[in-house]
Design a protein around this ligand. Structure first.
Ligand SMILES: [Zn+2]
Length: 304
């Protein structure tokens, strides 16, 4: 009696173990992405398992394209910087795989608060939200965060944000990529002043979202420099932009062409690809950060 019962129990136990192994491995299989599958570069389009594969494939490199909502002359949409920067970043990441964070437009734009449609968060909110965003990206494996800036008004905010990453230890590196327009090459430009909604930006929008460009309205307002502030170079005020370009328009959008847009957008995408490759190859910055954080704890022991 005892022997058959024991062997029956053993058999049941063995079957249970085998069943567990089979179903267990099946569940594990369901959570693992097919290694050769084409992965979306869009963070929000990935499943949880594909996200894990995406972080692996990107070598922990993620892009945070940074736009804004502000007036762009009389002829371009409020989201011009967001639409353009996402176009270039997504195309760049398609060529050199990186995970791209969803729409982000919480930057510095106080100088356009007098125009309709501007969304301007306080400086405390801008810094806190950006820190929590990059912290959350890093917690999810993005140990190399490239902020791809699409908005000129962030030009002081982003280096400041990167500098303040040294105030306490972080287990990731923030890289700021802040180039949007080539300084030379391509079709000859017709205008001299070209800072906001002008020839270059309008041309790029003719590539990324031509359906939103109203070229026939580009001359309805003046984008000329009005020189309303007379201060020597080297003296800075926050009102300088409004003093020069009160219509929140700098340049002549009507000079835009698709050919210039094609050249500039391709240059931007190529530059982002180069930046992603350089960041992937960078094994120095995090090591130096860690060395710096450690030394910062006891500066008197630091040798010259
Ligand atoms: Zn813009």
């Amino acid at each position: 009696m005892t022997t058959p019962t024991r062997s029956t129990l053993c058999l049941i136990l063995l079957l249970a173990v085998l069943f567990n192994m089979v179903t267990g491995s099946h569940q594990a299989g369901a959570q693992t992405a097919a290694p050769q599958a084409k992965l979306s570069v869009h963070w929000e389009e990935l499943t949880a398992a594909d996200f894990r594969e995406g972080i692996h494939r990107s070598q922990a490199t993620c892009l945070l394209p940074f736009g804004i909502l502000e007036k762009h002359g009389p002829h371009l949409p409020l989201g011009t910087d967001l639409l353009d920067v996402r176009y270039s970043a997504l195309h760049g990441a398609e060529q050199e795989y990186a995970v791209v964070f969803p729409e982000y437009y919480f930057g510095q734009i106080a100088e356009a608060k007098h125009e309709p449609g501007t969304v301007a968060y306080s400086r405390e909110m801008q810094l806190a939200l950006l820190q929590e965003t990059t912290d959350e990206m890093a917690r999810n494996g993005c140990k190399k965060v490239i902020i791809v800036n699409g908005h000129g008004g962030n030009d002081s905010l982003l280096p400041f944000f990167a500098q303040t990453q040294l105030d306490k230890p972080h287990d990731y590196v923030v890289y700021v990529f802040d180039e949007r327009t080539p300084s030379s090459g391509g079709p000859a430009k017709k205008t001299k002043i070209d800072m906001h909604a002008g020839e270059s930006e309008t041309s790029k929008m003719m590539i990324s979202r031509p359906d939103t460009v109203h070229l026939d309205r580009a001359a309805n307002e003046s984008g000329a420099d009005q020189h309303r502030q007379n201060l020597p170079q080297g003296l800075y005020t926050g009102i300088w932009w409004y003093a020069r370009f009160p219509n929140h328009y700098s340049g002549e959008g009507s000079a835009a062409t698709k050919e210039l847009g094609e050249y500039q957008m391709q240059w931007w995408i190529d530059s982002i690809v180069k930046a992603i490759r350089a960041v992937k190859a960078d094994d120095v910055s995090l090591k130096l950060q860690n060395e710096f954080y450690e030394k910062s704890k006891h500066p008197l022991d630091t040798q010259p």
